[in-house]
Design a protein around this ligand. Structure first.
Ligand SMILES: [Mg+2]
Length: 281
């Protein structure tokens, strides 16, 4: 087998050594300048493929939702014990994020990478308008179980208010519980979900939260200045373990924003290059 591998280039060389003119190598690009959008897009290719195709991602979701069910039941029992006799119990709730938590948008991300595009609000809206995202593995089963355990489900998402109707359609077509206006808290001015979580907590006992970003649990995770944010994780490990289930999303999120920042794609690419340099790569 090994010899055969050596034979192939040798044959190719012999074929080229005849009288036929050797093909010109492809012309280099007209300028040395990089297309920053395409460059950033290509950097995400592996992440997007992993999220969309891998059995590993599929199983991590299923596994996480299995753990979510166990934690939820434990917390329900514990909360019930904490009530004193005769005290009126508040209704139970589970809070979930939507994108990459209960709905899988990797087809949108795949299309963007294929076309050399990065996130674009209009293209994103074109995707959510279709209301055709599939459920994340294990999400439906978990939320149906939560409903059976008398929890109300609240969806706290940073989708835009213009996406309200299509998001509800997508969720209800898939059979998600509580897919109605009262249980959908969209982004209103800020991506910080603290106030929206507080609104749910004002009337309900929240027994579990699920998201693909640590910020779906607490806004303090936005701070990535100390050891890329891992110091905050260590400081909050107890409440994270008890009340939060994190799902995988290598495609986008706070980790990447902390490096690339805001601004044009050229500026983001520049910050990536600075990051490589600063970290000795
Ligand atoms: Mg999300």
């Amino acid at each position: 087998m090994r010899n055969l591998i050596f034979l192939v280039p040798l044959t190719a060389l012999l074929a080229c050594s005849g009288t036929r003119p050797v093909a010109e190598p492809p012309a280099p690009p007209a300028t040395g300048a990089k297309d920053p959008t395409r460059s950033l897009s290509q950097m995400g290719a592996d992440a997007v493929l992993w999220q969309n195709t891998s059995a590993e991602a599929y199983w991590i979701y299923k596994q996480a939702y299995e753990v979510a069910a166990t934690r939820m039941m434990w917390n329900i029992v514990e909360r019930s014990k904490a009530y004193r006799e005769g005290e009126k119990e508040r209704p139970l709730a589970v809070i979930v994020d939507i994108d990459e938590t209960v709905l899988d948008n990797s087809p949108y991300q795949i299309t963007a990478v294929k076309n050399g595009r990065t996130f674009d609000q209009n293209e994103w809206k074109g995707w959510t308008d279709k209301a055709s995202a599939k459920a994340s593995p294990g999400a439906l089963e978990f939320l149906r179980m939560a409903k059976e355990a008398t929890c109300e489900v609240f969806y706290i998402t940073n989708r835009d208010i213009r996406e309200r109707a299509t998001t509800l359609k997508n969720l209800s077509d898939l059979g998600f519980p509580d897919a109605d206006e009262a249980h959908l808290l969209l982004m209103e001015g800020t991506s910080d979900k603290t106030e929206r979580r507080a609104r749910v907590r004002a009337t309900h006992d929240v027994v579990l939260l699920v998201g693909d970003q640590l910020r779906d649990f607490d806004e303090r995770f936005k701070d990535r200045s100390m050891n890329d944010g891992k110091a905050v994780v260590d400081a909050m490990a107890d409440s994270l373990s008890k009340y939060f289930i994190l799902l995988p999303n290598p495609m986008y999120g706070t980790y990447r924003d902390a490096i690339q920042g805001k601004g044009s794609e050229a500026e983001k690419l520049q910050r990536m290059e600075e990051w490589f340099q600063r970290n000795g790569y």
